[in-house]
Each structure stands twice: as structure tokens, then as C-alpha cells.
Ligand binder design. Structure first.
Ligand code: SAH
Ligand code: F3S
Length: 478
């Protein structure tokens, strides 16, 4: 659950929780893509829980199969298509089985999905989940059903998400939906619609309830958390001008973060994703001010070359990005950063590529998520630019970027060795059931032997004595 994006070659993750004993129908719900999709799946499960569905991990016993899909790269879509084809036999055996597609692919492909995939009965975009009960009634009557209307207001603020398959320790809390940035490569503004912020009272309420229910860490989620702005609802662009908006502005992201940190003072707090052109110094100051906010920022950069950043419409330069990182390191001395990179964007030269590598070295990221550019239909880059970097060049450059990040990660991990870290116990180590796994404030994963009396959700002091590329090895000292 902690990975930022699920590997797009891998099948999605299915999570289940039996909620209401009186429910008789079974829902198999699988999520693909980013953390936002996992969070949305919890909202979907909650809505359907009220409609007689409990979730199941066994697709054979499902009355309803839903895939919450991702469109970010072509590969992600192919994986979902493959997965759908696996339900063909099941559908033959069980004619009453309903198969639905949710999320970004539903939004992008709309009715095309119903035409292309005979198997699919239901297509629902990310802002239309409240309509699921009505749509399911239509499918029960034997008709296909679709709702892909995007909203300027929907934040599902009042829906209490069913926490799916989590560890009972960490949870996501959505604070914004949609995106108003138009990065030229990105499909998200088309699939998730206009940006809108959720009512801060409902956010605080959800955080408090999570704490009361034993949760120890929350991640505030949005495509661009830094553009969070609450002034009573609606979209930012509904206001005629900045002055008009300013007058009504009540709360921005740094203020929200501060409020959450105060409202749940013992809860560990993370947030994702930050956008360099919107992130402010204030956010670093709030991190520095509160013990319970983790010293880690995921700050996608996509490229180290100004020429490419401009073609991507990222709205900041290499220097501005580096200045922001520098400020972060000054204000929060032991802060860590991770990146997203797109390799081989339209017109990327060897020189641009070298600038990406040199930027990475300068920042010394803890971790990175790196992708070869994948052209998405309908995006500005698709319409106006040529995807002209040959596939083998993209792959070679990608391999170089991944190798460099590996080196940087190892170096960063090694810098944590010989020190004591506060680790939140989040689960059992995959490799050794006698060991716990958790993360430090900087988001580095740490494994260590279990001791008597320790349990999931405890924060323990761990002395780190070694590391691999991605993991710290330690032992408890308290
Ligand atoms: N809102 C986030 C990112 C959303 S998409 C931000 O501010 O950056 C997650 C990541 O997928 C992006 O950061 C980018 O690195 C990658 N991505 C998006 N579109 C892509 C494309 N067409 N090809 C390859 N990678 C892409
Ligand atoms: Fe996509 Fe850029 Fe928004 S990467 S999600 S358009 S900030």
C-alpha cells in the first residue's frame, strides 16, 4: 500500500473487508495506478456496502467485479485490458455477473469501452461513484450503464471510506481532486477533471476518527496538494480574478497541514503529491514546526532541462526547482526528497538527458519513480509535438537514470546507518516473519527483529546497523 504507484506490468491489487453481516452480495474490487485510486476504491466500497455488497478476495464468488483503472501510460491500460479478458470464462459460467470499469480509463474511453469490450457492463468515471446504485439497477435490468460526467464540486467529503485491506495503522485521506495544471504529457486533467478542494472540517473530522480507530499515520492525498485552497467550495477558476478569490480565501495547504498536525498531535502525517511550481516555503516551515509531520517530500521534477520543462509546461525552471530543494534542506535539515522523471519526452536530446542526470546528483534524491515517456491520446503533447525519441534510446536513457537513482538511494540509505530512527511498525517483513517492517520519518523502509511486547502501530526506536539499496537493517533499542 505504501508504494506510490503500482507497477503497471503487474495485476492490480484486490482488497477486502467484510462490513455488514446482513449484506448478501459480493463485490470483487481491484485497483490500479496511484494512491488516489486506492483511496477512491475505499469510497466505492463504502457506497456499495450500503447497497448490500460486502467485498471479497475471491473473484469466483463475486456478483460484481469492478476494476478501478489507470490511464497514465499505455502499458497501464494494456494491463487492464489483459485482466478483463481473464474474466471471460467467469462471465460465461455466471451470466448474472456484472463487470464494471471505474476510474481514469472509464473517463478516457467512455462509451468506446462498452463497444470494444463486450464483457463490460458498467463504465463509471471518478466523479460519478455516487450514481453507482442507480447504474447497478440498470445493469440488473440487462442494460449497459455509463456515467462519466465530471464534476466541479464532488469531493465525496461526507462519505466515510471503508478501509480496504489496510494494516489498520496507515490510511489515505483525500484533500483535493482533479488537476488544473496542463502538463503537456499528462492525461490526468482529462480523466479527473477540474481541481477542487475538500471541506477542511470533513478532513479534520476524518483524521480524528482515524486516530480514535487506532490509525497512527495518514497521508493527505491530491494530484497537487499544494494548490489546496478552501473558500467554500467550487473550482479555483470559477473566480473572475485573483483578487476576488483572495478575498474569499480561507485556508491554503500549509494552513491545512498545520491544522491537521494540531488536531491529531500524535498522528504521523505525510502528504502527496507536491508540485514544485506551487509548493511554498511555508509548507517547509510547517513541517519544521511539527514533530508529527514526516520529513519527506515527493517532489516530481520530470526533467532536469529547462527546454524540456518548458515543453512539458511544468511552469518552473531547473534553478527554481533547485532553489526550492535548497530552501527545504535549510528549513528542515534532515529532510528527504523523492522524484518522478519522464525519460525521452518529445525532442529530448542527449544534452537534456545529461541535465536530468546532473540534477539528480545535485539533489541526491532518496528515491525515484522513473518512466519512459508514453504518448497519451488527446494530450497537448500528442496534438502538438512529436514522440520522436526512438524506443531503444528511451530505454537506454531510462536504464541510466534508474542506475544513477540506485546509487543515490544506496548512498542515502548508508547515511542513515549508525543512527537511531523512530520507526512506525506497519507490518511483518516479507522476507522474515520474525521481523517487523516500518518506515522512518524520511520514508526509508526499515526491518528489524520482533521483540516481546511490540505490536503493529507502535513507534519504536531502532538503531540502524546496515542497509541494502532500498532497506535499512536495524535492531530495537527501546
Ligand atoms: N500530480 C503529480 C503526478 C501525476 S502522474 C505531479 O504533480 O507531478 C504521476 C507521474 O506519472 C508523473 O509525475 C509523471 O512522472 C508520470 N507520467 C505522467 N504522464 C506520463 C506519460 N505520458 N508518460 C510517462 N510518464 C508519465
Ligand atoms: Fe498531471 Fe501535471 Fe497535473 S503531471 S496530474 S497535469 S500537475
Amino acid at each position: 500500500m505504501q508504494e506510490k504507484y503500482i507497477d503497471e506490468n503487474k495485476q492490480g491489487e484486490a482488497f477486502a473487508i467484510a462490513e455488514k453481516p446482513q449484506n448478501t452480495k459480493k463485490l470483487f474490487l481491484e485497483s490500479y495506478g496511484c494512491q488516489m485510486n486506492f483511496s477512491d476504491s475505499e469510497i466505492v466500497a463504502s457506497i456499495l456496502n450500503e447497497q448490500g455488497y460486502n467485498t471479497t478476495l475471491k473473484q469466483e464468488e463475486a456478483d460484481l467485479i469492478l476494476l478501478n483503472t489507470c490511464s497514465i501510460r499505455e502499458k497501464a491500460e494494456q494491463t487492464v485490458r489483459m485482466r478483463l479478458s481473464q474474466f471471460k470464462n467467469l462471465k460465461k459460467e455466471k451470466p448474472n455477473l456484472t463487470v464494471g470499469v471505474l476510474g481514469c480509463m472509464a473517463e478516457r474511453l467512455k462509451t468506446k469501452f462498452l463497444e470494444e469490450e463486450q464483457l463490460v457492463d458498467l463504465v463509471v468515471g471518478p466523479d460519478a461513484y455516487r450514481d453507482l446504485p442507480n447504474l447497478l439497477k440498470e445493469t440488473e435490468g440487462g442494460r449497459d450503464a455509463i456515467n462519466v460526467i465530471l464534476s466541479k464540486e464532488e469531493t465525496y467529503a461526507d462519505i466515510n471510506p471503508v478501509r480496504l485491506g489496510g494494516n489498520g495503522v496507515t490510511a489515505f485521506v483525500t484533500i483535493t481532486r482533479g488537476c488544473d495544471n496542463m502538463c503537456t504529457f499528462c492525461v490526468v486533467p482529462f480523466t479527473r477533471g477540474r481541481e477542487r478542494s475538500r471541506d477542511p472540517h470533513s478532513i479534520i473530522q476524518e483524521c480524528k476518527e482515524l486516530w480514535e480507530n487506532g490509525y497512527k499515520e495518514i497521508t493527505l492525498l491530491g494530484q497537487n496538494v499544494d494548490s489546496y485552497l478552501w473558500y467554500g467550495g467550487g473550482a479555483k477558476k470559477d473566480f473572475k480574478n485573483a483578487t476576488e478569490m483572495q478575498k474569499l480565501t480561507a485556508i491554503n495547504f500549509s494552513q491545512l497541514l498545520d491544522m491537521v498536525a494540531v488536531a491529531v498531535p500524535k498522528m504521523r502525517i505525510r502528504f502527496s503529491t507536491s508540485n514544485p511550481h506551487e509548493m511554498t516555503e511555508e509548507v517547509f516551515k510547517v513541517i519544521a514546526k511539527h514533530e508529527n509531520i514526516c520529513k519527506y517530500v515527493h517532489l516530481p521534477v520530470q526533467s532536469g532541462s529547462d527546454r524540456i520543462l518548458e515543453k512539458m509546461n511544468r511552469q518552473h525552471t531547473r534553478q527554481e526547482y533547485l532553489d526550492l530543494i535548497k530552501k527545504g534542506k535549510e528549513i528542515v535539515p534532515d529532510i528527504s526528497f523523492s522524484q518522478d522523471m519522464i525519460i525521452g519526452f518529445c525532442g529530448e536530446t542527449e544534452e537534456d538527458h545529461q541535465l536530468t542526470l546532473s540534477l539528480m546528483k545535485e539533489v541526491e534524491y532518496d528515491y525515484g519513480y522513473m518512466f519512459a515517456y508514453s504518448e497519451r491520446p488527446g494530450t497537448p503533447a500528442h496534438k502538438k509535438m512529436e514522440d520522436d525519441v526512438p524506443a531503444d534510446v528511451k530505454q537506454r536513457r531510462l536504464a541510466e537514470v534508474i542506475a544513477l537513482q540506485g546509487e543515490l538511494s544506496r548512498k542515502r540509505m548508508a547515511s542513515y546507518v549508525g543512527k537511531v530512527h523512530e520507526i512506525l511498525i506497519e507490518g511483518i517483513s516479507k522476507k522474515n516473519e520474525n521481523q517487523w517492517k516500518g518506515r522512518n520519518s524520511q520514508n526509508a523502509v526499515c526491518v528489524f527483529d520482533k521483540l516481546e511486547g511490540q505490536k503493529l502501530g507502535d513507534i519504536v526506536s531502532v538503531f540502524v546497523h546496515g542497509n541494502t539499496q532500498g532497506t535499512l537493517l536495524g535492531e530495537t533499542i527501546s
